[in-house]
Design a protein around this ligand. Sequence first.
Ligand code: AMP
Ligand code: ZN
Length: 509
Amino acid sequence: MSDQFTPAQQHADAPLRLFNSLTRAVEPFAPIQPNHARVYSCGPTVYNYAHLGNLRAYVFTDTLRRTLLWKGLDVTHIINITDVGHLTSDADAGDDKMEAAARAQAKSIWDIAAHYTDAFKRNIADLNIIPPSEWTVATDYVPQMIAFAEKIAPAHCYELESGLYFDSSSVPDYGALAGGRDDAAHARIDPVAGKRNPSDFAIWRKSPPGEQRQMEWDSPWGKGAPGWHLECSVMSEARLGHPFDIHTGGIDHREIHHPNEIAQNQAFHGCCGEADAAAAGFTGARWWMHNNFLVDRQGKMSKSKGGFTTLFSLIDAGVHPLAYRLLCLGAHYRSELEFSAESVSAALTRLKRLVMGVENLKARAEGVTWQSLRLDWLRANLHPKLAPLLEQFDAAISDDLMTPRALPLLEETIAMKKVPVDEKLCLLAAFDQALGLNLLTIGRADLRIQPRDAQIAPEEIEAELDHRQAARAEKDFALSDEIRDALIARGVEVMDGDPLRWDWRLALA
Ligand code: AMP
Ligand code: ZN
C-alpha cells in the first residue's frame, strides 16, 4: 500500500514550521540543499535494552522524517549507535557504561553491543519506525575522532592526567543552546580535579596507568577512548556534511551533550583564530530539536534507575507495539507524556477502534480500486466533505508536528457519512504515511497479543463471552454477572457497551 503514494511529488499547502531549540522559537523550515533534508539523531547507548522513554525519542524523529517526506523532501537520516564513551553519569570521571555492563554480565563489550543493538533494531521495526539511511557505529569512527581532536587540541584543549579536556571558555557563547552556561550544575556533576572550568569536558579519556580497558586505542595523548560528545560531531559531519539541517535528541541532551557538540563544531571550523564570525556562529546543524520526556509515576523513565519498562515487556503484557506509538502521537513531542498501564490501554483501545473502522471500510470497498488512487489525484479530486480534512491534517503536522491535532482526523474520516468509501480509504492511507500506524495493513486479529503469563486463552474468553451473551438474552443477569466476575478474577476486563463490540481486554499488571 505504502508504495502506491509518492509523497516526494506532493506539494502540500501549509508551510512547514519547526521549533528550534537554538532560538527557542517555531521557525519556517527550509532545507539548506533544495528538496533534501539531512537529519542526525543521537542514537542509543547499547549497554542495555532501550526503555519506552528512549523509544519516544525515535517515534519523534520518525514523525519528523515522515513529515519531511510528506512535504515532498528527500531525507537522509543518520542514527548512531553509541558503543563507546558514554559514562555511567554525565560526568567525565568513572566507568564507561559499556565496560560496566560487560563486566557485570561477564561478556565482551562487542557481545554486549551486538546484543543490545539487535534488540534496539527490533524495537524500531516493531514501532514501524523507518530505518535510518545509515546506522553509524561510534567504534568505526575512532580514527576520525582522533583526527578531529588533533585539529582542535592546540587552541581549545588541555591535558590532565586523566585525559584531554575541552576548554569551554575557548568558544563564544558556550552553552547557548541550554539557555546559557550553568557552572553550578556542571560543578555538581563533575568532580575531575584540575579542570579549568566546571563545564569543560573530556575529548579523550586516557586509560588509567596499569589498567587495560576492553576498548582502547592509541592516540597522541596515550592509550584510551574517545569522550562521548566527540562521536556525534564527527559522525554527523562525516555522513551529512556541514552544516546540515536538523540534529535531534531527548531534552536532556539540550543541557550538556549538544552544547558540547556545538562547542566542538565551532572549534573545528575555526571560530576563534582569525575572528571568523561565520564560524563563531557555526553550530553544525541549523535546527536542534528535542523531544520531552516520557515519565511515569516515579518521574523520568531512565535506564540507570532500573525497573524501566521496555517495549518487549509491554508486548509480553499483551499490548501491541503500535499502541505505544499511538500513545506517543497523542501527545505533542515537546510535552511531557505520562506512561501508565491505563494510558497505554486507552491507546490500545483507540487503535483497535481505528483498525476496526478501517476494516469495515475495506469490507465495503471490495472490488473498488481504491488502492491505486494517488494522493496528488486525491488533492485535486477529493470529495468536498473530505477535502477540508486533508487540509487540516497537513496544517496540523506542518505546525511543529502537531500530531495530537492530526489524530482525530482519522476518526472523523472513518465516521464521515455519504462520501465514497474508496476516497475515505485513500485519505486514511495518506494520513498513515505520516503517522506510521499501519492502519491499512494490520487487522483486528493482529492486535490480539497473548500476554506471556496469561492464565486464559482468547478462545476461552470468547466462549465465556458467548455464554454470557446467551445468559443476557435470556435475562439471566445473575449468571451473566457471575461469568463476568469469573473473567475479572482471571485478569480479563469486560467492556460492556463497546459500540464496536470489542468487548474484552486483559488487564495490565
Ligand atoms: P541513551 O540510550 O541513554 O543515549 O538515550 C537515547 C535517547 O533517548 C536520547 O535521545 C535521550 O535523550 C532519550 N531519552 C532518554 N530518556 C528519555 C525519556 N525518559 N523520555 C524521552 N526520551 C528519553
Ligand atoms: Zn549524540
